[in-house]
Design a protein around this ligand. Structure first.
Ligand SMILES: *Cc1c(COP(=O)(O)O)cnc(C)c1O
Length: 648
């Protein structure tokens, strides 16, 4: 076997190779592709249209003093997602000849950012797309921004008296709020508020289904779930509403079996169960009319189309078909009119449109260079050299004897340990210890270069790759920009956005700016599984190296935190015309250092004043020159107004 020759490899590498390596076509939803320059193009209007070259865009943003890390939001993609969801239901409705309509809502908690919610409302207008609120603050957003009298405003979450009264009054304002009973004790509050105001809200009930989802969010259903009414509780609620004379307002049944449903079979069970409950409620005298199937419509993060946690084994159309067909079937057997269908899909709408771009600040790995021989080398160093030579011999053959590789590695570890012991006892100096370490890594490198694809390879040898891998230092905070990768080990597609016509010859992972050992990105998508290292290009500090994290538009911004006081990045809303020209709609400035300090109750002016006083004292003592003091204060003053990330 010959050593890899990076030169010829580079020429043999094509953009198709990159697309296959990073699985781009499988997860991109058609919104991203690689252009002939080897850069990623954003193609919201279809892959046959020109699209926008992300790397060129970054260059022009730099001209506007907007530098990575950046959150780019492509509103055309958001528009396409909303359209696709509505189209899928329209298709299903016409395929099954369903005699009612679909009218979805967007759960605000998926992305509460003002421009995002406003955009969703504007785009959704033609379908009377509504909003779902899960708290009083979210209700306030929905009430103020959603002024379409036909659009639903689904009121979920814990509700106190004021929440309920607000919803009743909003109905008088010609909005369409539905108060969904999630806890039994809300029934009493609804009845009381209705009596006091002299008007009732539209009422819904969230059912605790017995059909349980699998995976991360399976706790959202079942008897132990936090929300929803059990069947006995539903019966009691209906009874109480009837006595209070407001059963005629009970119009909606809601369920939510958890986010990111991976397996469509689970949804089908839930739909059947909910369909039955819906019919029973009608039989008990509630007018009904609406069935809200909640969220859970998943995103295929790794593009594998499997029922694994980072994927889904169904398409958007499969989902819509199942909802429509199953509910139709239930209603038919009960001889009742089919309901208007509502879904609360968030993840599936807002994941694709935002792309997090960060730059690499540096990269390093253990040195595998072979140090030159000196005379009279220490015995352990000599032994390590011999082990390395034996590895060259073992690796000469076409068919490599794995047991011999293992034996050589055991020897290398033993000789390295000998060298360390000698160092501890003072027999060898620092340079000799360095030589021993380098030779050990050179052995490891030789082994990993020649490790055949074979499932029987000892784990210890396979893991050598991890030990030799590069660490790429990323100009972001995982805790701020990709919190779910840390909190719940979520996978997002991550890949370079340029140099894709060049073979990525390094294996590496990312370390972020925080001083937290958890602040890293070391799990990557891999055909329905995951891998700990990503193929990356050699880094050169003279050139920018930009990495994109994709499909992170849902939940990440609000779940992100200020760990180590890294604040939000700049966020930019971009519209792309069919000819590839673009327009920046909004630039939402990220946090400055002053902002994040303020959030911890530190006042910038006070901190500056304290520093100035410290300077005066040092000047007085003759330790600091006036010039230097001035320069220090100016640095801090400027810095307080700037981003928390590294910019120059
Ligand atoms: C979180 C949530 C949603 C959104 O779920 P997705 O899986 O993101 O679509 C919808 N409905 C309720 C009640 C929720 O709590």
């Amino acid at each position: 076997m010959t050593e890899l020759n990076p030169k010829t490899e580079k020429n043999q590498w094509s953009i198709e190779d990159s697309a296959a390596l990073y699985g781009l076509e499988n997860w991109s939803g058609g919104y991203f592709r690689i252009n002939i320059s080897g850069n990623i193009n954003v193609t919201p209007h279809g892959q046959d249209k020109q699209g926008l070259d992300l790397t060129c865009l970054l260059e022009e943003l730099k001209g506007r003093n907007l530098k990575p890390p950046l959150l780019l939001r492509f509103d055309d993609i958001l528009e396409d997602r909303i359209k696709k969801l509505n189209d899928a239901f329209e298709n299903a409705i016409s395929t099954y000849n369903y005699k009612n309509k679909y009218q979805g809502v967007f759960p605000i908690k998926c992305n509460q950012q003002r421009h995002v919610v406003e955009e969703v409302i504007a785009i959704g207008k033609k379908w009377h797309f509504g909003l779902e609120a899960g708290s009083k603050a979210e209700l306030l957003i929905a009430l103020s921004l959603l002024d379409d009298p036909e659009a639903f405003l689904i009121c979920n979450g814990y509700k106190d008296k004021r929440y309920i009264e607000t919803a009743i009054l909003a109905r008088k304002l010609d909005r369409k709020p539905v108060v969904v009973i999630e806890q039994s004790d809300e029934v009493e509050r609804i009845i009381k508020a209705s009596k006091e105001i002299g008007a009732a809200p539209l009422i819904g009930i969230r059912a605790k289904l017995s059909s349980q989802s699998t995976g991360r969010w399976s706790g959202s259903t079942g008897e132990k779930s936090k929300f929803g009414l059990s069947i006995p509780e539903i019966l009691t609620a209906v009874h109480e509403l009837k006595i209070a004379g407001i059963l005629n307002e009970l119009c909606l049944l809601h369920f939510h079996i958890g986010s990111q449903i991976n397996d469509i079979a689970i949804l089908k069970n839930a739909l059947q169960e909910a369909g039955q409950i819906y019919g029973e409620l009608k039989a008990l005298g509630a007018p009904m009319g609406y069935l809200d199937v909640g969220g859970g419509l998943g995103v295929d993060y790794d593009g594998s189309r499997t029922a694994t946690s980072a994927s889904t084994n169904y398409s958007l159309q499969n989902y819509a078909n199942d909802v429509v067909a199953t509910i139709q079937e239930c209603c038919k057997s009960k001889g009742i009119k089919v309901p208007t269908l509502i879904s609360e899909s968030g993840r599936n709408l807002t994941s694709h449109f935002s792309v997090l771009i960060f730059n690499i600040l540096g990269a390093n790995s253990v040195s595998t260079d072979i140090p030159p021989k000196t005379k009279d080398e220490y015995i352990s160093v000599k032994n390590l050299r011999e082990t390395l030579e034996s590895l060259y011999e073992i690796c000469k053959y076409e068919k490599i004897d794995i047991s011999k590789l293992q034996e050589a590695w055991n020897d290398a570890l033993k000789f390295k340990e000998d060298a360390l012991a000698a160092f501890r006892l003072g027999f060898i100096d620092l340079p000799t210890r360095a030589t021993a370490e380098k030779l050990t890594w050179a052995c490891a490198k030789k082994i990993t270069n020649h490790l055949p694809e074979n499932p029987l390879i000892p784990e210890e040898l396979k893991q050598l790759n991890d030990a030799l891998a590069y660490t790429y230092y990323a100009n972001i905070s995982i805790f701020r920009s990709a919190p779910d990768t840390w909190a719940i080990e979520q996978l997002f597609p991550v890949m370079p956005i340029h140099r894709l016509n060049e073979k990525p010859t390094n294996l590496g992972h990312f370390a972020d700016l925080t001083c937290d050992s958890d602040g890293k990105l070391g799990r990557f998508i891999h055909n329905g599984q995951k891998k700990s290292l990503l193929e990356l290009h050699p880094f050169n500090s003279k050139n920018d190296y930009f990495i994109g994290m994709f499909l992170g538009g849902t939940y990440q911004e609000v779940m992100g935190n200020l760990h180590n006081l890294f604040g939000s990045t700049n966020a930019i809303h971009i519209r792309i015309a069919k000819n590839g020209k673009y327009k920046l709609d909004h630039v939402v400035k990220g946090n400055t250092k002053g902002d994040v300090l303020q959030s911890m109750e530190h006042d910038s002016e006070y901190l500056l004043e304290r520093l100035r006083m410290g300077c005066e004292l040092a000047i007085q003592k003759g330790k600091l020159k006036i010039n230097d003091a001035q320069q220090l204060i100016e640095h801090i003053e400027i810095s307080l107004r700037k981003s928390t990330y590294l910019q120059e």
